[in-house]
Design a protein around this ligand. Structure first.
Ligand SMILES: [Mn+2]
Length: 319
């Protein structure tokens, strides 16, 4: 009997599969990747596989692969919080999906396991930027404030590790982290007994320090952009730095660009004071998409940079 675990390489995916494998150890194969890589089930080779466990990737994005797996007689258990589209009705599919904005996959798994490995879920919720949910869950236990702060750092750092265009950009392959993490019932023990958190913390600070030195170009009172170089650190930190700029200048819209061949990848953040329509700006471009507060463009050709600043200005310039 062959089993496969498929999970996002971010904190939520990793802490989710960690809880499941602590509760039920298995010699399953592993399929994971960078955070942006969410069509993972399509990449898994499932011939002869009898059971797949999926964590923190969208069912909608992976529907074709799911239908194929179910048709081949494979059992699938799915834990996620992204919009699933229509969930296939099939006796071989067990779906634990909740799109409540205060819930992440690791919190769904924590409830499923009756809080057995709750501190992993708390770290994941911090990593998925659900501070309030994380704090509430933490308050239900006996953690000190210091321990809660460590779980927050751990979640944020594992999440930071998942950003990049490809695995080569990351410090740790998420697969390596998943095998390390399941050796610890308790994430605070992993922090005490391994160097992972210290290593990630120092790279995180280094990447962010480099980004902060890049000049922010003020387009007008309401719009600013910054261009990061085509280097590993730029590809890792652009989304996190975009969030920092959005927090520090809440009335301004931002576009964070990372240079690449013949163009840029773009992270767009609506002003915190008016967190709407970032996706409207992004959708004006062929490879754009996203949500109201945060959106992105996969490939912005060099000659369309002016079009982008014009679109941002039309959307957000108020005076
Ligand atoms: Mn998630």
């Amino acid at each position: 009997m062959t089993e496969v675990d498929v999970f996002n390489g971010d904190a939520d995916g990793l802490c989710g599969i960690t809880q499941l494998r602590l509760a039920q150890p298995k010699q399953s194969a592993v399929v994971t990747g960078v955070k942006r890589d969410n069509a993972l089930l399509m990449q898994a080779s499932l011939s002869g596989v009898s059971q797949v466990t999926v964590v923190d990737i969208s069912l909608h994005t992976n529907l074709d692969a799911l239908n194929k797996a179910l048709a081949s007689g494979c059992k699938v258990e799915w834990f996620d919080h992204h919009h699933p589209g229509e969930i296939p009705k099939h006796t071989n599919l067990t779906a634990h999906i909740d799109t409540d904005p205060n819930v992440c996959s690791s919190l769904i798994i924590n409830a499923h396991l009756n809080g057995q490995f709750q501190n992993w879920a708390i770290a994941a919720a911090f990593g998925d930027n659900l501070d309030q949910s994380a704090q509430e869950l933490a308050a239900s236990g006996t953690l000190s404030r210091k321990s809660i702060a460590v779980l927050k750092e751990l979640g944020n750092c594992i999440n930071y590790n998942s950003y990049g265009e490809s695995i080569e950009d990351l410090h740790y392959h998420p697969e390596e982290l998943c095998y390390l993490m399941r050796q610890f019932d308790e994430p605070l023990s992993m922090v005490a007994e391994t160097e992972v958190l210290q290593v990630l913390k120092s790279y995180y600070a280094e990447d962010l320090g480099r980004a902060r030195k890049i000049l922010t170009q003020i387009v007008n009172d309401d719009v600013a952009i910054a261009v990061l170089p085509n280097e590993k650190w730029g590809r890792r930190i652009n989304g996190i730095y975009a969030n920092e700029l959005a927090n520090n200048f809440p009335k301004r819209a931002h576009a964070l660009l990372v240079e690449k061949e013949n163009g840029y990848t773009v992270s767009i953040r609506a002003p915190k004071s008016n967190p709407t329509n970032a996706q409207q700006v992004a959708l004006k471009f062929e490879t754009g998409g996203g949500r109201h507060a945060a959106a992105g463009i996969q490939h912005l050709p060099n000659d369309q940079l002016i079009r982008l600043t014009e679109a941002l200005t039309r959307q957000y310039f108020s005076s």
